[in-house]
Design a protein around this ligand. Structure first.
Ligand code: AP5
Length: 214
């Protein structure tokens, strides 16, 4: 089963993708994570995308499509793939469709996570991530444990993303509404879209996703 988690920054795509990885042995393909990894590797591409990401703009289609192509061609995921933060433009959606066809794979569900803008600001500005395993925390809803150890890997270092500021979030939201939200109509027309309430508590959102998948 291959699925897309679609939603604005802070909708909870990464949080829910990690749960699906644990529970269903799916593989998470997050273009945001791939680009952040490229930034730290010191490659030319990493340098090129760093400023774009920090501003909150979208990286060019050819770069992200190339990253996804590489992952899909590299191996097979028994439990299927979760596309997290990809596709984000109509060109990316078309490219994903072609890639899946080439590899004889299907796209089984596109899950739109609906969250209002006010909640997104709170979620994004309160986010922290374990530097070792990527577990996602939030100052109010899922605080870093008092002993300073990650619940998942026991790591002690936590990071905050450079683009998790109110200013960058405004640009990210604009990019979402201008470039990504047309995908809602695109997948609706293909009869692949299911929308869920991403404002609910994490467990309830996970339950809604589970119902879609089964
Ligand atoms: P990316 O890393 O994909 O970021 P994003 O889409 O902006 O999404 P986020 O990771 O910020 O949010 P999320 O939905 O995963 O929320 P999370 O689960 O962490 O992209 C970053 C940048 O890379 C882009 O701006 C762009 O420059 C570039 N990029 C990436 N992909 C690209 C592409 N395809 N094309 C072009 N450019 C691309 O949750 C957020 C917080 O809320 C956490 O603290 C969490 O604990 C909390 N939370 C989650 N769920 C709940 C809940 N139900 N209730 C309460 N709190 C919750």
């Amino acid at each position: 089963m291959n699925i897309i988690l679609l939603g604005p920054p802070g909708a909870g795509k990464g949080t829910q993708a990690r749960r699906l990885v644990d529970e269903r042995k799916m593989i998470q393909l997050s273009t945001g994570d791939m680009l952040r990894e490229a930034r730290t590797s010191g490659t030319e591409m990493g340098e090129k995308v760093a400023a774009v990401m920090d501003r909150g703009d979208l990286v060019t289609d050819d770069i992200v499509i190339g990253l996804i192509r590489e992952k899909l061609e590299a191996g097979d995921a028994e439990g299927g793939y979760i596309f997290d933060g990809f596709p984000r433009t109509l060109a990316q959606a078309d490219a994903l469709g072609q890639l899946l066809t080439e590899l004889n794979k299907t796209l089984d569900h596109v899950i739109e996570m609906q969250v209002d803008d006010e909640a997104l600001v709170t979620r994004i500005t309160g986010r922290a991530t374990c530097a070792n395993c990527g577990e996602v925390y939030h100052d109010a809803t899922k605080p870093i444990p008092a002993d300073g150890h990650c619940t998942n890997c026991n790591g002690t270092e936590f990071t905050r993303r450079a683009d998790d500021t109110e200013e960058a979030l405004r640009t990210r939201l604009l990019a979402y509404y201008k470039q990504t939200s047309p995908l809602i109509g695109y997948y609706y027309a293909k009869d692949a879209l299911e929308s869920i309430d991403g404002l609910k508590a994490m467990d309830e959102v996970a339950g809604a996703i589970s119902r879609v998948l089964s």
